[in-house]
Design a protein around this ligand. Structure first.
Ligand SMILES: [Zn+2]
Ligand SMILES: [Zn+2]
Length: 472
């Protein structure tokens, strides 16, 4: 959000009549028909309740606004079943995002398709599969940004930076904390949970369908942002070239080649221990920890992980999550949860003063990044997935040079990360399947009347992740 994506370039209907764009007539849902009527085409009309942000800061209101309409042939209208409140919503909430315009909040939602533009149907040709297969009534979860699925950027998996992308819950695109949301480029963006053959997973199709049928909507909602973003942080660290000497047991740069290492360069067992810092233990930080633990234990890489947060309740949550993970998801290393003032000394101790192989920065501010720099080793990697604001980086070129540090920044391509995130969601239902338990990421499910209070309490760190039910 600190560097808003390019505006979504939706062109209005040539016919001038949004209704004319519809190819399918929706059965207007019962919940709709009692309070608001569909128009002749079946697209919901009238007003809806939505959580809206007002400038300059800390001003959240639940308002009646128009139900969104199809504006472009590629649009879908989704009736929102559940929408989550996320740490990155707080950047705008606090007035730090450089945002000035009133808009509907929220970028994490799951729901049901109630209207589709004219691009959908048998004539879709070689466009992304959903333009042919997505139907009204299908259950969908959306990544937190729109992406076209048809450009080079999307094809390569960098979907978060699609030139046609936009972030839900921003002035460019109303968000999902509403009863209905418009999804531009829906055929390239959405995941069709009613048709699991339209997306990838490491599971065989039948196994995938069975696993999917057991997942609750609130659990599947984690796929909108926090779980893929956590997995993204771990994947970037574990796949970075700089960490390969640790993983392969061969020194730089022989780890990339078939050149045999000479005997006098032999790496010791202690050099092959992956040491990691995780800075920030909000929901995404916890997901990053779960993913990193799972990857390292599955690959049988020995590890020391130090997870850090100044907030005691977040540390308590992280400890409960770690305790709840079964041994298959954390074997082969140590995992410590520490306050900031303890973490530096402990990192020095476990790495013998060398510093961490990788540091995952999951906060998005200068002090977290500065602390990450102090933890990382020379030739180490800092992976930053937090949303950074305006201030300059807390270290300069000389400091970066002096540590040969690699910085991997930026927004998660949530759509591309869906397959590994789904697999982890299924595997870790001991964590992701619960609500309000010590080890669950979701703290509570509330109605819109509790929106103002929920934003305020979440901002103060008094509560964990909140989900809104717009129909409660
Ligand atoms: Zn989010
Ligand atoms: Zn694209």
């Amino acid at each position: 959000m600190s560097s808003p994506p390019a505006p979504f370039t939706a062109s209005p209907s040539a016919s001038g009549s949004p209704g004319a764009l519809l190819t399918e007539v929706a059965e207007v849902q019962e919940a709709l028909s009692s309070t608001r009527l569909g128009d002749a085409s079946g697209q919901p009309t009238g007003t809806q309740r939505a959580i809206r942000w007002h400038p300059p800061a800390y001003d959240i209101r639940v308002e009646d606004i128009d139900v969104p309409r199809i504006l472009h042939p590629d649009d879908a209208i989704v009736k929102v079943k559940l929408a989550a409140l996320c740490g990155s919503d707080l950047h705008i909430y606090r007035g730090n995002g450089g945002v000035k315009d009133v808009h509907t909040c929220g970028h994490e939602f799951i729901g049901e398709v109630v209207a589709l533009g004219s691009s959908y149907g048998s004539q879709a040709g070689d466009r992304p599969a959903l333009y042919s297969s997505l139907k009204i009534g299908h259950k969908v979860v959306s990544p937190f940004t729109v992406n076209c699925g048809e450009c080079s950027v999307c094809r390569l998996g960098y979907t978060a930076r699609c030139p046609e992308g936009a972030l839900f819950g921003s002035p460019l695109l109303d968000g999902g904390q509403a009863q209905y949301v418009r999804v531009p480029k829906a055929g390239g963006t959405l995941f069709d949970l009613s048709d699991s053959s339209t997306w990838s997973s490491s599971m065989a199709p039948e196994e995938r369908q069975t696993a999917l049928s057991k997942l609750s909507d609130r659990s599947l909602l984690m796929l909108a942002d926090i779980l893929p973003t956590g997995v993204f942080a771990a994947v970037q660290a574990i796949n970075h070239p700089k960490v390969q000497p640790v993983l392969t047991g061969k020194p730089w740069p022989l780890c990339f080649s078939s050149v045999p290492e000479s005997n006098n360069l032999s790496i010791l067992d202690e050099d092959k221990v992956f040491t990691a810092g995780i800075v920030g233990l909000g929901p995404v930080g916890v997901c990053a920890a779960i993913s990193l633990l799972d990857t390292l234990s599955t690959r049988k890489v020995p590890f020391h992980i130090i997870a850090v947060d100044p907030n005691g309740s977040r540390r308590t949550k992280m400890k409960a999550v770690y305790d709840a993970i079964d041994v298959s998801g954390k074997a082969g290393g140590t995992f410590e949860v520490l306050a900031i003032d303890e973490a530096k000394a402990r990192a020095n101790e476990v790495t013998k003063g060398v510093g961490c192989t990788a540091v995952l920065e999951v906060v998005g501010n200068s002090s977290a990044l500065d602390f990450s720099y102090t933890l990382v080793r020379a030739f180490g990697v800092i992976v930053s997935v937090g949303v950074h604001g305006e201030p300059p980086l807390p270290f300069n070129g000389r400091q970066a040079y002096n540590k040969n540090v690699s910085l991997d920044f930026g927004r998660c391509p949530a759509r591309a990360m869906f397959p590994p995130a789904f697999d982890l969601l299924v595997k870790r239902q001991d964590i992701f399947g619960q609500v309000g338990e010590p080890a669950s990421l979701i703290d509570r499910i509330v109605d819109f009347d509790q929106a103002v209070e929920s934003y305020s309490s979440f901002d103060k760190g008094e509560i964990g992740k909140v989900i809104f039910d717009p129909w409660k």
